[in-house]
Design a protein around this ligand. Structure first.
Ligand SMILES: [Zn+2]
Length: 249
């Protein structure tokens, strides 16, 4: 019970750092210096006002100085991160896999929200990411280097062909993102991510169109759905795939 709580709080703190990266990285700002500032009045946020979850509740979601509301998304990202780390711990226990998949999950959370905000997926994340994934397959990940290499190539080749045919329907950022995901999760993970990401994306796209919130031509970023698909695979991949084949057979 205590372990579960520690893992959840750790996830909240990581989520708080993810918020900083999501906000600052696309602006080319340092993610370390300066410390947190209010986005309305630029006052420095004191450490005791910067405690994940708790400070937001105690300050009732407002800046201590200018009383401007703080976006509830900060809280949502922290909570999501806390839940992810709890689920990872529940599935994997402590150890190297917990660290590696935790790192990947947080990276995907950051990528999803940067793509949602700015319609870009930074190369500075995905290019080192795909090299690290391939490198780790030699020593730390539960997949072979061949599975990692196939994962890196299979989705990115497919997306590249779609980009050629659709003339801009698929961005370069998506190609590098699925390459990174495949390098970490192998070809099975890459295929699962593409399948579930496309399914989620179409469901959300059709829903938004029916609600009249998006036109047929409006671009919906694909990165958040790919990230969701990959995180789904990390948290329950084996179980879902077994269930799928059990239903078919
Ligand atoms: Zn303020």
């Amino acid at each position: 019970m205590l372990e579960a709580l520690i893992v959840f709080v750790f996830g909240l703190i990581v989520g708080s750092f993810c918020n900083v990266v999501i906000y600052r990285l696309p602006q080319g700002k340092s993610i370390v210096i300066p410390g947190s500032q209010c986005r309305s009045c630029s006052n420095s946020i004191r450490p005791w006002d910067n405690i994940p979850l708790l400070s937001y509740v105690l300050l009732r979601g407002r800046c201590r100085y200018c009383k401007e509301p703080i976006s509830p998304r900060y809280l949502a990202v922290e909570l999501t991160s806390g839940i992810f780390y709890f689920l990872l711990w529940y599935k994997l226990g402590f150890g190297l896999p917990f660290v590696l998949y935790g790192l990947l999950t947080s990276t995907l959370l950051v990528v999803a929200l940067i793509d949602f905000d700015h319609k870009i997926i930074p190369n500075v994340i995905t290019l080192p990411g795909l090299m690290i994934g391939l490198g780790l397959s030699f020593c730390a990940l539960p997949i072979t280097p061949l599975a990692s290499l196939l994962g890196l190539l299979i989705g990115s080749t497919l997306f590249y062909l779609i980009a050629l045919v659709s003339k801009g329907g698929m961005g370069g950022g998506d190609i590098k993102l699925i390459a990174m995901i495949g390098a970490f999760l192998g070809w099975q993970g890459a295929l699962f991510t593409i399948f579930s990401g496309a399914l989620l994306g179409s469901l959300v796209g059709v829903t938004l169109m029916l609600l009249g919130m998006k036109g047929r031509k409006d671009k919906v970023p694909f990165g958040p759905f790919l990230s969701c698909g990959a995180i789904l695979f990390i948290l329950s991949g084996d179980d879902l795939i077994h269930w799928y084949f059990d239903v078919l057979s």
